[in-house]
Design a protein around this ligand. Structure first.
Ligand code: C2E
Ligand code: CA
Ligand code: CA
Ligand code: CA
Length: 268
């Protein structure tokens, strides 16, 4: 029986691993962008880049269906590098259009963060796209940093030396978020959607969200609420002095063209 270069039998459907490899090298990935807004003014202060896969047969595959596979196979490293470069390229393109600069936020997985070359990849991406480092924010979850704390701390210090910002993502969704805050030099805390969902009706949710916001203030971290969907949630966050918010209330993740329109609308 004949085999192609990847080891899959000729004429057989590719395995998931090969498919994902082709996605990365073959132009099937793209980014959508979701605005992050200042709670007090409503202005867009940042944009999170979220990866999508346009599969040739299955169509649009959401990240929950391929990021875990990418993690297991190590393909997350080239995938993440593509995301980083594409996000920086887009941020540069927006600045070149004369739009008011915003932070571009990129998600970083555990394997990427554990790669000793990661900090130099970040520096290279900034250089290549002539983007000042403070416009790039890297989002990591506590599990990314808690796996090998010593190595993660060294990586964070290298990244801070470059000047990029670091945020703790999905804060409050895990078990040891507090320990991560104590050990690692984050700039920003992103409060998980699960803590925002039941606001403002649920008393326990109000108590927890208020505590997280004041904790962030005490630790001199800026705080952003994720998954904000309603005006009532916004009113609560404004009163509680949460600085920023992200969620369907403002915009779903959108195409680069639609994100450009959102940025243009506030630049006039
Ligand atoms: P995340 O980093 O927590 O991203 C936020 C997710 O919540 C996104 O899902 C977004 O579409 C969704 N979301 C935003 N606002 C709302 C809202 O108001 N309500 C609800 N119900 N959902 C909202 P998405 O795009 O499907 O991404 C899922 C996860 O996949 C991300 O969670 C992140 O962990 C991962 N991911 C996405 N892109 C990348 C990437 O480039 N690299 C890595 N390593 N992971 C990524
Ligand atoms: Ca994120
Ligand atoms: Ca998140
Ligand atoms: Ca999440």
């Amino acid at each position: 029986q004949h085999h192609d270069g990847d080891g899959a039998p000729l004429g057989m459907p590719l395995g998931e691993h090969e498919e994902l490899h082709q996605a990365i090298t073959g132009d099937q990935l793209f980014l959508e962008y979701q605005p992050q807004v200042d709670v007090a003014t409503g202005r867009i202060t940042g944009i999170e880049a979220l990866v999508r896969w346009n599969h040739p047969a299955k169509g649009r595959v959401p990240p929950v269906n391929f990021i875990p596979l990418a993690e297991e196979t190590g393909l997350i490293v080239p995938l993440g590098l593509w995301v980083l470069n594409e996000a920086c390229r887009q941020a540069r393109a927006w600045q070149d259009m004369g739009l008011a600069p915003v932070t571009i936020a990129v998600n970083v997985s555990a394997k990427q963060f554990a790669d000793p070359d990661f900090a130099s990849h970040v520096a290279e991406a900034l250089e290549r796209h002539r983007l000042q480092s403070h416009w790039l924010e890297l989002e990591v979850t506590e599990s990314v940093v808690m796996q090998d704390a010593e190595r993660a701390l060294a990586m964070m210090e290298s990244l801070r030396a470059i000047g990029v910002r670091l945020s703790i993502d999905d804060f409050g969704s895990g078990y040891s978020s507090l320990a991560a805050l104590k050990t690692f030099p984050f700039d920003r805390l992103k409060m998980d959607r699960s803590l925002v969902e039941a606001l403002p009706g649920d008393k326990t949710a109000v108590a927890i969200a208020s505590a997280v916001i004041s904790l962030a203030q005490t630790l001199k971290l800026s705080v952003l609420a994720e998954g904000v969907e309603t005006d009532a949630q916004m009113d609560f966050l404004r009163q509680a002095r949460c600085e920023e918010a992200q969620g369907y209330r403002f915009s779903r993740p959108v195409s680069p063209e639609a994100a450009t329109l959102l940025l243009q609308a506030q630049s006039i």
